[in-house]
Design a protein around this ligand. Structure first.
Ligand code: ACM
Length: 574
């Protein structure tokens, strides 16, 4: 359901806005300050025919997120055929060589499986060190190389393609996996088809040399499964979309006023009562330990870390309905609460009962979660005195630390952040809100994930007349999602405190995977590129050209997307 405004008027408006932004930036203002309401409802360009149609072998300058460096080769392309094998090199590196080998093989199997579906070729996975045996096809080669430069890091890789082979080398299996996502993008869009492609597509990879590693260690996306519940299979579909763009953290917002979505055996009422509903009054749902662990496993296979969030002391009506003894402030609304107001509920901030409760929840989540983080929420608590609120955050943070995890909190928890408190702040109110507290927390050593609502909240409407989503943080078109810098959006933050970006997708208005897709695509790739690509690659004009080519890829994969006219989609697509 594309929404269009008058192309010419919108374009003129956009050009004026861009000119104004550039002028303000040149005058020393943060770019974000220049983006108020003006121009946000318009689309940039009438969505005319694309110059960058996906014909011929795709070259490395079409990758999203843009790699660190791409050198096009001059030789002939590599062609995948029925003879192509995926070869895995012997695991090098220190410690756990066998485990590494298993993970490398799993990466190779995932790649082979992804290529088998559209090509129909067998793409067997073969192990063996060194070059291919004499007479054997070299094919696609994945190899751990611990001697690669240190700056390659845990997720960097090098991909070289010539007529004989595609070689991906990395220091870790995660780096190899990221490299395989690049390889998918070097192939024609039909490679994403879930069934065999019989239109004569030529499965070629242009000769290229790509050297790549991420700008930030934390690149996340959040899914709110509390306002509307999404099944484990639906969450896996969400993970598939994130993995394509090298996102490495999946934050699950597991609890809110409208529902509690994770089983805690010591607290059975949470799922007997608290999970029974969702926004609008439809039945909710919850994850058993096995469901949750299956999501974690699926994410791990794609080198994403799951960050579970239990949002307390506010956003807790489902807790209060399940355990009324925690409602000492009498803030509960009648159960089920199916509306979308925020800020009204709180659990008791003090007393043994509430910390026994949080202790049970933290222990279970820590038990189920292999990743280092537990998100404790902490946003929008309007019913507590600041001292009580801060004491609560400190005590729950201490429980998380005692359980061996790093507490993450929304930016309201900043006063409790720093050594042994909240370790990671998620800065959503980044248009000046809580600036001083976040700066002070960063000065004490807390790290910051940038999630400015007016840029990264993928539940914000694209424009004011868009049928899905909300607009309390403004509207977020693709240009707005892309056109900011995580390091400098808040100039007050100390250098080095920003560790990454995250795009939250709240679901007050979204109840199906199809609706998630319309909000996620094409904005997720914008945030993913901010998280991965070097700052020097930031270029809206080039980005929207590259994004235009993703449409055909999403169509082949069966993913929905919003065909915003800011992006010059090829006329042949859809
Ligand atoms: C939030 O948007 N309340 C974190």
């Amino acid at each position: 359901m594309p929404i269009r405004t008058s192309g010419l008027a919108a374009r003129t408006r956009r050009l004026l806005v861009i000119a104004a932004v550039l002028a303000l930036a040149a005058a020393g203002f943060g770019v974000h300050r220049a983006i108020g309401g003006a121009g946000r409802d318009g689309d940039a360009d009438g969505g005319a025919a694309a110059p960058a149609a996906a014909r011929g072998p795709r070259t490395g300058d079409r990758i999203i997120p843009a790699p660190l460096s791409v050198a096009a080769g001059s030789g002939p392309a590599f062609r995948i055929s029925e003879r192509t094998v995926v070869r895995v090199g012997a695991a090098g590196g220190s410690g756990g060589a066998e485990e590494q080998a298993v993970r490398v093989r799993a990466v190779a199997e995932q790649l082979a499986e992804a290529l088998r579906r559209p090509t129909g070729f067998p793409l067997t996975v073969e192990a063996g060190a060194g070059a291919a045996p004499a007479g054997a096809a070299e094919g696609i080669r994945l190899e751990l190389d611990p001697a690669m430069p240190e700056e390659t890091g845990d997720e960097g890789y090098r991909l070289t393609a010539d007529s004989a082979a595609v070689r991906i080398a990395a220091r870790t299996p995660a780096g190899l996996y990221r490299g395989t996502q690049t390889l998918r993008q070097l192939l024609p869009p039909q490679v994403e088809s879930r069934s065999r492609v019989t239109d004569g597509t030529d499965w070629t990879v242009a000769s290229v040399d790509i050297d790549d590693h991420p700008r930030y260690a934390y690149r996340g996306a959040m899914l709110d499964v509390a306002r509307h519940f999404f099944t484990p299979d639906e969450v896996k579909g969400y993970i598939d979309r994130l993995a394509l763009y090298k996102v490495n953290h999946l934050h699950l917002h597991l609890t809110d006023d409208q529902g509690w979505r994770i089983a805690v055996p010591a607290r059975p009422a949470l799922t007997e009562i608290g999970a029974s509903s969702e926004v609008g009054g439809t039945p909710g749902g919850f994850y058993t330990a096995a469901d949750y662990q299956e999501i974690v496993r699926y994410a791990q296979e794609r080198f994403l870390t799951v960050v579970p969030e239990i949002d307390l002391p506010g956003h807790s009506n489902a807790v209060l309905a399940s355990y009324p003894e925690l409602d000492c402030t009498r803030s509960a609304r009648p159960w089920p609460y199916t509306g979308i107001e925020v800020g009204f509920s709180t659990v008791c901030p003090t007393g043994d009962a509430v910390f026994a409760f949080t202790g049970d929840v933290v222990a279970e989540l820590a038990r189920l979660t292999p990743g280092p983080y537990l998100h404790i929420g902490g946003d929008e608590v309007k019913k507590l005195a600041p001292a009580d609120y801060q004491e609560f955050v400190r005590r729950v943070s201490a429980q998380v630390v005692a359980a061996g995890k790093i507490p993450v909190g929304w930016n309201q928890t900043a006063a409790a952040a720093g050594p042994a408190g909240v370790g990671l702040l998620q800065y959503w109110d980044a248009n000046g809100g809580h600036e001083q507290e976040v700066r002070e927390a960063a000065g004490r050593g807390a790290k910051v994930i940038m999630s400015p609502a007016g840029r990264t909240y993928l539940d914000m409407k694209y424009d004011s007349s868009y049928p899905l989503g909300l607009r309390w943080a403004g509207t977020v078109d693709v240009w707005s999602a892309y056109s900011w810098d995580p390091d400098t959006l808040n100039a007050a933050l100390p250098a080095g405190s920003v560790v990454g970006v995250e795009a939250p997708l709240w679901t007050e208005t979204l109840s199906s995977p199809a609706e998630l897709d319309l909000m996620l695509l094409p904005r997720l790739p914008a945030i993913a590129e901010l998280g991965w690509s070097p700052k020097t690659a930031h270029d809206w004009e080039r980005f929207r050209q590259r994004l235009a080519e993703e449409g055909a890829r999403w169509e082949a994969a069966g993913f929905g997307y919003e065909k915003r006219s800011e992006v010059p989609w090829p006329v042949t697509a859809r």
